[in-house]
Design a protein. Structure first.
Length: 298
Protein backbone atom coordinates (compact mmCIF):
# COMPACT_ATOMS: atom_id res chain seq x y z
CA UNK A 1 0.00 0.00 0.00
CA UNK A 2 1.08 3.59 -0.55
CA UNK A 3 1.95 5.83 2.43
CA UNK A 4 -0.93 6.37 4.85
CA UNK A 5 -2.92 9.53 4.20
CA UNK A 6 -5.14 11.60 6.46
CA UNK A 7 -8.87 12.29 6.11
CA UNK A 8 -10.81 14.74 8.27
CA UNK A 9 -14.62 14.68 8.34
CA UNK A 10 -16.28 17.70 9.95
CA UNK A 11 -19.78 17.11 11.35
CA UNK A 12 -22.32 19.19 13.25
CA UNK A 13 -23.65 16.74 15.87
CA UNK A 14 -22.89 13.35 17.37
CA UNK A 15 -24.61 10.84 14.99
CA UNK A 16 -23.90 12.78 11.78
CA UNK A 17 -20.56 10.95 11.44
CA UNK A 18 -22.46 7.64 11.33
CA UNK A 19 -25.03 8.68 8.72
CA UNK A 20 -22.89 10.67 6.27
CA UNK A 21 -19.84 8.99 4.78
CA UNK A 22 -19.35 6.47 7.61
CA UNK A 23 -18.66 3.42 5.44
CA UNK A 24 -16.08 5.44 3.49
CA UNK A 25 -14.27 6.27 6.73
CA UNK A 26 -14.40 2.64 7.82
CA UNK A 27 -12.92 1.61 4.48
CA UNK A 28 -10.04 4.07 4.68
CA UNK A 29 -9.24 2.98 8.24
CA UNK A 30 -9.13 -0.64 7.05
CA UNK A 31 -6.70 0.44 4.33
CA UNK A 32 -4.36 1.94 6.94
CA UNK A 33 -5.21 5.63 6.54
CA UNK A 34 -5.84 7.97 9.45
CA UNK A 35 -9.35 9.35 9.88
CA UNK A 36 -10.35 12.10 12.30
CA UNK A 37 -13.98 13.06 12.89
CA UNK A 38 -14.45 16.61 14.14
CA UNK A 39 -17.80 17.07 15.91
CA UNK A 40 -18.70 20.75 16.21
CA UNK A 41 -21.39 20.53 18.94
CA UNK A 42 -22.42 18.19 21.74
CA UNK A 43 -25.92 17.61 20.33
CA UNK A 44 -27.38 18.83 23.62
CA UNK A 45 -30.54 20.15 21.96
CA UNK A 46 -31.37 17.00 20.01
CA UNK A 47 -34.66 15.23 20.62
CA UNK A 48 -34.96 11.58 21.55
CA UNK A 49 -35.97 10.02 18.26
CA UNK A 50 -36.13 6.39 19.38
CA UNK A 51 -39.26 5.78 21.50
CA UNK A 52 -37.54 2.89 23.33
CA UNK A 53 -34.97 5.36 24.67
CA UNK A 54 -37.45 8.06 25.71
CA UNK A 55 -36.89 7.44 29.41
CA UNK A 56 -36.72 9.94 32.30
CA UNK A 57 -33.11 9.04 33.14
CA UNK A 58 -32.07 9.56 29.51
CA UNK A 59 -33.94 12.88 29.22
CA UNK A 60 -32.34 14.06 32.46
CA UNK A 61 -28.82 13.74 31.11
CA UNK A 62 -29.09 13.73 27.34
CA UNK A 63 -25.76 15.36 26.63
CA UNK A 64 -23.83 12.76 28.67
CA UNK A 65 -25.81 9.97 27.03
CA UNK A 66 -25.04 11.36 23.58
CA UNK A 67 -21.35 11.67 24.46
CA UNK A 68 -21.29 7.96 25.36
CA UNK A 69 -23.18 7.08 22.17
CA UNK A 70 -20.77 8.91 19.92
CA UNK A 71 -17.77 7.40 21.72
CA UNK A 72 -19.16 3.95 20.94
CA UNK A 73 -19.85 4.85 17.30
CA UNK A 74 -16.34 6.25 16.88
CA UNK A 75 -14.90 2.99 18.27
CA UNK A 76 -17.07 0.93 15.90
CA UNK A 77 -15.83 2.94 12.92
CA UNK A 78 -12.22 2.71 14.11
CA UNK A 79 -11.65 6.44 13.66
CA UNK A 80 -10.56 9.15 16.09
CA UNK A 81 -12.69 12.08 17.23
CA UNK A 82 -12.08 15.67 18.22
CA UNK A 83 -14.90 17.65 19.83
CA UNK A 84 -14.84 21.29 18.82
CA UNK A 85 -16.79 22.19 21.96
CA UNK A 86 -19.65 24.38 20.70
CA UNK A 87 -23.23 24.21 22.00
CA UNK A 88 -25.96 22.77 19.79
CA UNK A 89 -28.16 25.51 18.29
CA UNK A 90 -31.29 23.37 18.39
CA UNK A 91 -33.97 23.36 15.74
CA UNK A 92 -35.67 26.75 16.12
CA UNK A 93 -39.45 26.42 16.51
CA UNK A 94 -41.36 28.14 13.72
CA UNK A 95 -38.32 30.05 12.51
CA UNK A 96 -37.50 31.52 15.95
CA UNK A 97 -33.96 32.93 16.09
CA UNK A 98 -31.15 30.76 17.49
CA UNK A 99 -30.27 32.01 21.01
CA UNK A 100 -26.90 33.69 21.53
CA UNK A 101 -23.88 31.59 22.49
CA UNK A 102 -24.83 28.64 20.29
CA UNK A 103 -22.68 27.27 17.47
CA UNK A 104 -24.75 29.03 14.78
CA UNK A 105 -24.65 32.41 16.56
CA UNK A 106 -21.06 32.67 17.82
CA UNK A 107 -18.95 34.66 15.33
CA UNK A 108 -17.85 32.57 12.34
CA UNK A 109 -14.22 33.48 13.07
CA UNK A 110 -14.36 31.65 16.41
CA UNK A 111 -15.44 28.37 14.89
CA UNK A 112 -13.01 28.84 12.01
CA UNK A 113 -10.05 29.44 14.33
CA UNK A 114 -10.82 26.33 16.40
CA UNK A 115 -11.08 24.19 13.29
CA UNK A 116 -7.93 25.72 11.76
CA UNK A 117 -6.10 24.74 14.96
CA UNK A 118 -7.25 21.12 14.58
CA UNK A 119 -6.38 21.13 10.86
CA UNK A 120 -2.89 22.42 11.54
CA UNK A 121 -2.40 19.71 14.17
CA UNK A 122 -3.87 16.75 12.28
CA UNK A 123 -2.72 17.96 8.83
CA UNK A 124 -5.44 16.31 6.71
CA UNK A 125 -4.86 15.72 3.02
CA UNK A 126 -8.62 15.58 2.45
CA UNK A 127 -11.46 17.34 4.27
CA UNK A 128 -15.13 16.32 4.05
CA UNK A 129 -18.09 18.44 5.15
CA UNK A 130 -21.64 19.40 4.06
CA UNK A 131 -22.74 21.49 1.11
CA UNK A 132 -24.07 25.04 1.48
CA UNK A 133 -27.51 23.65 2.38
CA UNK A 134 -26.07 21.62 5.22
CA UNK A 135 -27.44 18.33 3.84
CA UNK A 136 -30.54 19.41 5.67
CA UNK A 137 -31.08 22.97 6.79
CA UNK A 138 -30.34 22.70 10.52
CA UNK A 139 -28.54 25.93 11.56
CA UNK A 140 -25.61 23.89 12.94
CA UNK A 141 -25.23 22.05 9.63
CA UNK A 142 -25.14 25.32 7.68
CA UNK A 143 -22.61 26.73 10.16
CA UNK A 144 -20.56 23.50 9.96
CA UNK A 145 -20.34 24.05 6.18
CA UNK A 146 -19.31 27.69 6.60
CA UNK A 147 -16.67 26.95 9.24
CA UNK A 148 -15.23 24.02 7.27
CA UNK A 149 -14.87 25.95 4.02
CA UNK A 150 -13.38 28.97 5.80
CA UNK A 151 -10.92 26.76 7.74
CA UNK A 152 -9.96 24.80 4.60
CA UNK A 153 -9.08 28.08 2.87
CA UNK A 154 -7.32 29.62 5.89
CA UNK A 155 -5.31 26.72 7.32
CA UNK A 156 -2.43 27.07 4.84
CA UNK A 157 -2.13 30.86 5.15
CA UNK A 158 0.39 31.84 7.82
CA UNK A 159 -1.03 35.39 7.99
CA UNK A 160 -4.34 34.02 9.27
CA UNK A 161 -4.83 32.76 12.82
CA UNK A 162 -1.10 32.87 13.67
CA UNK A 163 -1.84 31.51 17.16
CA UNK A 164 -3.40 28.36 15.67
CA UNK A 165 -0.12 26.63 14.81
CA UNK A 166 2.12 26.31 11.76
CA UNK A 167 0.23 26.48 8.44
CA UNK A 168 -0.93 23.33 6.65
CA UNK A 169 -2.69 23.30 3.29
CA UNK A 170 -5.25 20.48 2.92
CA UNK A 171 -5.33 19.29 -0.69
CA UNK A 172 -8.98 18.45 -1.40
CA UNK A 173 -12.35 19.53 -0.03
CA UNK A 174 -15.50 17.47 -0.54
CA UNK A 175 -19.17 17.76 0.32
CA UNK A 176 -20.76 14.48 1.33
CA UNK A 177 -24.12 13.78 -0.30
CA UNK A 178 -25.90 11.35 1.96
CA UNK A 179 -28.74 11.05 -0.52
CA UNK A 180 -29.12 11.87 -4.15
CA UNK A 181 -32.40 11.56 -5.97
CA UNK A 182 -31.25 8.69 -8.16
CA UNK A 183 -30.12 6.62 -5.16
CA UNK A 184 -33.44 7.13 -3.39
CA UNK A 185 -35.41 6.36 -6.54
CA UNK A 186 -33.32 3.23 -7.17
CA UNK A 187 -34.07 1.86 -3.69
CA UNK A 188 -37.73 2.92 -3.87
CA UNK A 189 -38.27 1.08 -7.15
CA UNK A 190 -36.43 -2.03 -5.94
CA UNK A 191 -38.39 -2.17 -2.67
CA UNK A 192 -41.71 -1.93 -4.48
CA UNK A 193 -40.62 -4.52 -7.06
CA UNK A 194 -39.96 -6.99 -4.22
CA UNK A 195 -43.29 -6.21 -2.60
CA UNK A 196 -41.68 -4.37 0.33
CA UNK A 197 -42.73 -1.04 1.85
CA UNK A 198 -40.85 2.02 0.72
CA UNK A 199 -40.45 4.93 3.16
CA UNK A 200 -39.44 7.22 0.30
CA UNK A 201 -42.80 8.14 -1.36
CA UNK A 202 -43.08 11.59 0.20
CA UNK A 203 -39.40 12.43 -0.03
CA UNK A 204 -39.40 11.64 -3.72
CA UNK A 205 -42.53 13.75 -4.26
CA UNK A 206 -40.82 16.66 -2.54
CA UNK A 207 -37.47 16.14 -4.18
CA UNK A 208 -38.09 18.69 -6.92
CA UNK A 209 -37.84 21.43 -4.27
CA UNK A 210 -34.72 20.05 -2.65
CA UNK A 211 -31.33 21.45 -3.50
CA UNK A 212 -28.41 19.15 -4.23
CA UNK A 213 -28.79 16.10 -6.36
CA UNK A 214 -27.27 13.47 -8.52
CA UNK A 215 -25.56 15.84 -10.97
CA UNK A 216 -23.42 17.33 -8.21
CA UNK A 217 -21.71 14.04 -7.42
CA UNK A 218 -18.14 13.83 -8.72
CA UNK A 219 -16.88 10.93 -6.63
CA UNK A 220 -18.45 7.59 -5.76
CA UNK A 221 -16.40 5.65 -3.22
CA UNK A 222 -17.04 1.86 -3.26
CA UNK A 223 -17.60 0.84 0.37
CA UNK A 224 -20.50 -1.64 0.33
CA UNK A 225 -18.63 -4.20 2.39
CA UNK A 226 -18.41 -1.59 5.18
CA UNK A 227 -22.17 -0.86 5.26
CA UNK A 228 -22.68 -3.28 8.20
CA UNK A 229 -20.07 -1.32 10.18
CA UNK A 230 -21.90 1.91 9.31
CA UNK A 231 -25.15 0.39 10.58
CA UNK A 232 -23.52 -0.69 13.85
CA UNK A 233 -22.19 2.85 14.32
CA UNK A 234 -25.66 4.26 13.62
CA UNK A 235 -27.25 1.91 16.15
CA UNK A 236 -24.77 3.09 18.79
CA UNK A 237 -26.71 6.37 18.67
CA UNK A 238 -29.62 4.71 20.42
CA UNK A 239 -31.40 7.97 21.36
CA UNK A 240 -31.30 9.17 17.75
CA UNK A 241 -31.75 6.05 15.67
CA UNK A 242 -34.81 3.84 15.95
CA UNK A 243 -33.79 0.34 14.81
CA UNK A 244 -37.26 -0.03 13.25
CA UNK A 245 -37.04 3.19 11.25
CA UNK A 246 -36.39 4.17 7.65
CA UNK A 247 -32.62 3.96 8.26
CA UNK A 248 -32.90 0.19 7.90
CA UNK A 249 -35.69 0.02 5.31
CA UNK A 250 -33.49 -1.23 2.50
CA UNK A 251 -32.17 -4.78 2.96
CA UNK A 252 -28.36 -4.85 3.21
CA UNK A 253 -27.93 -7.09 0.17
CA UNK A 254 -30.09 -4.77 -1.93
CA UNK A 255 -27.98 -1.76 -0.91
CA UNK A 256 -24.74 -3.58 -1.62
CA UNK A 257 -25.98 -4.73 -5.02
CA UNK A 258 -27.73 -1.59 -6.26
CA UNK A 259 -25.72 1.27 -4.75
CA UNK A 260 -22.49 0.04 -3.12
CA UNK A 261 -20.95 3.51 -2.84
CA UNK A 262 -21.05 6.67 -0.78
CA UNK A 263 -21.13 9.81 -2.84
CA UNK A 264 -19.23 13.07 -2.67
CA UNK A 265 -18.76 16.34 -4.52
CA UNK A 266 -15.25 17.64 -5.03
CA UNK A 267 -15.29 21.41 -4.51
CA UNK A 268 -11.61 22.35 -4.08
CA UNK A 269 -8.50 20.52 -5.30
CA UNK A 270 -4.84 21.46 -5.25
CA UNK A 271 -3.94 18.16 -6.98
CA UNK A 272 -4.52 16.89 -10.51
CA UNK A 273 -7.66 14.82 -10.79
CA UNK A 274 -10.58 14.26 -13.13
CA UNK A 275 -14.15 13.39 -12.39
CA UNK A 276 -15.68 10.97 -12.09
CA UNK A 277 -13.44 9.74 -9.24
CA UNK A 278 -13.81 6.61 -7.12
CA UNK A 279 -11.42 7.59 -4.32
CA UNK A 280 -11.21 10.73 -2.17
CA UNK A 281 -7.43 10.41 -2.25
CA UNK A 282 -7.14 10.37 -6.06
CA UNK A 283 -4.12 12.46 -7.04
CA UNK A 284 -2.98 12.93 -3.44
CA UNK A 285 -0.29 10.23 -3.24
CA UNK A 286 1.20 11.30 -6.57
CA UNK A 287 1.22 14.93 -5.42
CA UNK A 288 2.89 14.03 -2.11
CA UNK A 289 5.63 11.91 -3.70
CA UNK A 290 6.32 14.62 -6.30
CA UNK A 291 6.65 17.15 -3.50
CA UNK A 292 9.03 14.84 -1.63
CA UNK A 293 11.17 14.42 -4.75
CA UNK A 294 11.28 18.15 -5.39
CA UNK A 295 12.62 18.71 -1.90
CA UNK A 296 15.43 16.21 -2.36
CA UNK A 297 18.13 17.82 -4.51
CA UNK A 298 18.99 15.58 -7.49
ZN1 LIG B 1 -26.85 16.91 12.73
Amino acid sequence: MSAPLRLMAVHAHPDDESSKGAATMARYVTEGHEVLVVTCTGGEEGSILNPAMDLPEVRADLSAVRAREVAEAIAVLGVRQHRLGFTDSGWPDGGAPVPPGRFATVPLEQGTERLVTVMREFRPHVVVTYDENGGYPHPDHIRCHEVSVAAFDAAGDDRLFPAAGPPWTPLKLYYVHEWCELRMRTFHTALLAEGLDSPYHEWLDEWADKPGSTERITTRVPCGEHFPVRDRALLAHATQIDPHSHWFAVPMRMQQRLWPTEDFELVRSHVDTESPEDDLFTGVSAFCSRKREERIPG
